[in-house]
Design a protein around this ligand. Structure first.
Ligand code: IMP
Length: 426
């Protein structure tokens, strides 16, 4: 049991990057199991900013082996750009980065289909990142996807791409596409990707199993958050991969019994990008107190302004339970420093009906949040380094979150720097 899983417990953007960076020192293997370049965070390498969308942030720790897992969807252009950035920043990749042959490719036609599907949905658009994520996963399930390993099997690649394209072009035409994709051009594109990425493609499952046999510590780094999970999230306003702890295991061939600890990352408040229900979304009056730039609440991938709300402990409790979360890492507490009063949603109410768990159908019409109000601490927390030294009111808020959800708090982040972290002794 040497595997630790780290997942987002909300709609992504919980600040997982910083937590992974803090933890990565203790791991020899860091794996990104699912998702694609819909995720992203910016990290500092010395003076230089590097935007990572695909490569696990563990790559910055020279002793780690990093893996792009079988459950991922990978746009080769984006990956190559990211590798270039890392190399320019002096981060060595050779012999440390491995890509699963079972991960699926995002091809140019997936980007077009993502855009056309959103357009066709009109007012019901999901607000996707437009990176071709859904269409690539859909092809995987339709069994017309192209896998990274196929890049190294030219005959099969030609056969599968021909089949995929014959179906895809009809789908695109039906959606009103004005472009025709040519098989030979796509094959050239794949050949180029094979040339540049081929040496990183290897059977990562067996490498990970060997690591487990030796008891080497392994970190699974989740992307997005559980409320965006295709099955458990706020469907249909979700992403197209499994973002749960169990989903991460399944995406890299690691059995649940190999897992030692599951850490859930949660912001001290809540955000979401894209469309979909958000019962604790702040009122206009409350939002007037939020400076999106100062709070760094613009998406790393699309630059979209994030929607902001109060922490939904009802959703968090369901996520803790359905993911067997042991500990919570609470991020961005400092951004609540100046508020007179803090709200925590502890139930949903419609008339005299109350819900204390996440409903399957997220039709939130008529439902309203029931809040527990906490007095604000009105004190700067950014320089605090021990839990005991936090203002009493902040401790009461944190304690209530842990108690309501049934998980202990592992760490609290009070600023973007590595040092601005409070490790909590359970
Ligand atoms: P897709 O994953 O691009 O298909 O987008 C589906 C939904 O998930 C949209 O609402 C996106 O904004 C959201 N989403 C996808 N990835 C992330 C992420 O890493 N952080 C936050 N939201 C995300």
């Amino acid at each position: 049991m040497s595997t630790v899983i780290l997942i987002g417990t909300q709609w992504g953007d919980e600040g997982k990057g910083k937590v992974i960076d803090l933890l990565a020192d203790g791991f020899l293997h860091v794996v990104r199991p699912q998702g694609g370049n819909n995720a992203g965070h910016t990290i500092l390498v010395g003076e230089r900013e590097v935007k990572l969308h695909l490569v696990p942030s563990g790559i910055l720790h020279a002793h780690t082996q990093c893996y792009l897992g079988s459950g991922m969807v990978i746009d080769p252009n984006v990956l190559l750009q990211e590798l270039k950035q890392l190399q320019e920043a002096g981060v060595s990749i050779e012999g440390r980065l491995w890509i699963s042959p079972a991960a699926h490719l995002i091809l140019p036609y997936h980007l077009m289909q993502d855009r056309l599907l959103e357009k066709a949905k009109g007012a019901n658009a999901v607000g996707t990142t437009g990176r071709g994520i859904g269409p690539s996963y859909a092809d995987k399930v339709h069994r017309t996807g192209i896998r990274l390993g196929d890049l190294l099997r030219p005959d099969y690649l030609r056969h599968q791409l021909q089949l995929a394209l014959s179906i895809k072009q009809r789908e695109l035409d039906a959606l009103g596409a004005d472009a025709q994709f040519a098989l030979e051009e796509l094959l050239d594109y794949c050949q180029q990707a094979a040339h540049e990425l081929g040496r990183y493609i290897t059977d990562i499952e067996s490498r990970l199993q060997k690591a487990l046999e030796k008891g080497e510590p392994l970190l699974l780094e989740g992307a997005q958050g559980v409320l965006l999970d295709t099955t458990l999230g706020t469907y249909p306003y979700v992403t197209s991969s499994s973002t749960t702890a169990a989903g991460l295991c399944a995406s890299v061939g690691i059995g649940p019994k190999s897992v030692k600890e599951i850490i859930g990352v949660v912001k001290a408040y809540a955000t979401r990008v894209g469309e979909g229900p958000f019962i604790t979304e702040m009122s206009q009056e409350e939002l007037a107190q939020v400076d999106h730039a100062k709070w760094r609440e613009f998406g790393t991938t699309t630059g979209r302004k994030r929607r902001i709300g109060w922490l939904d402990a009802v959703a968090l409790k369901s996520v803790v339970q359905s993911n067997s979360i042991d500990t919570l890492a609470i991020t961005k507490l400092d951004l609540l420093d100046s508020w007179d009063s803090i709200k925590l949603c502890v139930a949903y109410r419609k008339g005299d009906q109350y819900l204390e768990y996440l409903p399957v159908y997220w039709d939130t019409k008529g439902w309203e949040p029931v809040y527990r109000h906490f007095p604000g601490w009105k004190e700067e927390t950014r320089a605090i380094r021990s839990y005991d030294n936090l203002p009493q009111a902040a401790k009461e808020y944190l304690h209530a979150i842990g108690q309501f959800c049934g998980a202990s708090i592992k760490l609290v982040s009070v600023g973007p720097e590595r040092s601005q972290t409070i490790r909590v002794n359970a």
